[in-house]
Design a protein around this ligand. Structure first.
Ligand SMILES: [Zn+2]
Length: 182
């Protein structure tokens, strides 16, 4: 059995990290340890990219999807409870918003190819658009330039508005990459 899967042009962790630094700089938020995500989608992104817009949709419409991105239209859609959670500072919902924004930046049509693959064949992480968007979101919210200020993932989670789970994932990546000592 084969399926048609969306495969993104490969991006390494290092490339995404570098790219996120550039985007944060271009948006004028490079020194923000904790990103104000509500301000990002209401003010910062629309000012930098006039085509950018977002909408908030009923849970009945979105079903099990937390968010969705349409890179051609520069639009993200957020499930209402995810939007509310983001406004309230919930780490998981903040991450979802940045994941969808990651798709807008990383997955314009020239970076996506449709590939026939057998179902047991797993997409290599660096070509998987979902992995890429997750990595973008993690780097954006927990920018590597700040991580050595923290003694561990819990402190980082509090300072950067991450869920504990996301902070643990980031921390182990930064440890692996030699960006934090402990
Ligand atoms: Zn996605």
């Amino acid at each position: 059995m084969s399926i048609i899967a969306a495969e993104a042009k490969p991006l390494s962790k290092k490339q995404i990290r570098h790219f996120v630094g550039g985007v944060r700089g271009a948006l004028g938020i490079s020194n923000h340890v904790c990103v104000d995500v509500e301000q990002l989608i209401d003010i910062v992104l629309p000012r930098a990219i006039p085509q950018f817009h977002y909408d908030v949709r009923e849970p009945s419409y979105m079903a099990d999807k937390h968010g969705e991105a349409d890179p051609a239209d520069m639009r993200i859609s957020l499930r209402e409870d995810v939007y509310d959670g983001m406004v309230a500072g919930n780490g998981r919902d903040r991450f979802t918003v940045l994941h969808e924004i990651g798709h807008l930046f990383l997955h314009q049509s020239d970076r996506i190819v449709l590939n026939r693959q057998t179902s047991h064949e797993k997409l290599k992480a660096y070509k998987d658009p979902e992995w890429q968007a997750d990595f973008f979101a993690g780097e954006f919210l927990a920018f590597h330039g700040f991580v050595n200020r923290f003694s561990g993932p819990r402190e980082m989670a509090l300072a950067m508005g991450l869920s504990e789970r996301a902070a643990q994932v980031r921390w182990s990546i930064y440890k692996q990459d030699g960006l934090v000592a402990a």
